[in-house]
Write a protein that binds this ligand. Sequence first.
Ligand code: ZN
Length: 395
Amino acid sequence: MTSTLEPSGAAPAPDGQAGTSGAAGSPGSGGPNGGPPGPGSTRPTGSVRPTGSDGSTNSTGAPHATGFTGSPGPAGAAVPDTATGSGPAVLAGVDIGGTTTQVVLCSTGLDVLDRVELPTPAAEGGRAMIGTVLDGLRLLLGRHPARLAGVGVGAAGVVDAGTGRILVASDSFTDWAGFAVTATLEASLGVPAFLDNDVNAFLRGEVAKGAVAGERHVLGMTLGTGVGGALWMDGALHDGPHGAAGEIGHIPGFGDIPCTCGGRGHLETLAAGRSLAARYAERTGRSTDARGVAQAAQDGDPEALAVFTAAGAGIARALLITAGLVDVTTVVIGGGVSRAWSLLEPAVQAALAAEPPVSGQPIRLVPSLLGSDAVAVGAASRARSALTAATAGLG
Ligand SMILES: [Zn+2]
């Protein structure tokens, strides 16, 4: 479920991801999103710089508020009108990526009320990063006075959802591995906070409110700088004992090229954004990014088309392996590279047609509907589920 963090790998895209939330222009990145908005984006993007309000005064032992009313926690950054605010109950969802941090405010029905995107101060450490989250929340709650019921966070890397801590982070993050994300937020906000890996959150979002809403057996795959995967089985996220279930980008059998994870022949070596660029460079000697390869393919460059064909065939193989093992009905695909889906899909569908799943049932492939909101909405969905379970209803 790990994903990579760099903001490259976007392909020129039709931005066919406008969702019911009004999201447009899913950015491209290694994870489910991140990076510059695509053309046509109408989102209100981050005009607000973090102001240095760092609420992380207490990263250990913060009281874990239960229930929707919450209670004011220890003083941190002054975020107005949260647990004690008036107005309708709302949920916040946060997507902390290597480049940008997206904060959305959702109704309890998970409709996005507003969003803000801020630069992630990844080099400044965990406290600064949480400070950015709090800045975003302050801005949104200023626009939409409401009672914040809880916060969900999706973060790249390996996370411990149980303790709310980051376990492993990319080198581009300073002082992030080990950081107590949920305890710090709870101390500042006085409401329950929850942490998920970003690819898991992406899938939660698409199941809750997106392209696979209500489905019960889904593989989520993110094609960005890296390739991430997550499994939704029998109507619930299946994480596995090590949090590694669904890690489709890093299983062997896709050639022999060294992978970023240290393995060889993983799907990520074919289908990630930087892999598309690397495979194209090997064929042509020309250096470009995934966007450039996609543009070349659209212009008819046979080498670029071959790169996308190989990636599509690899993706199909991964889907067939997954379907054979756990019998998913549907695959939802996100990430920046997925915006070049028109280049990938022919090869994927051809391979699936040539070698159908052993079940005899076709695998349904759908692109992300929530686009760059998916991780944040999924994180809010996780918060909603936990709070609903705790209180048996939204206040
Ligand atoms: Zn790998």
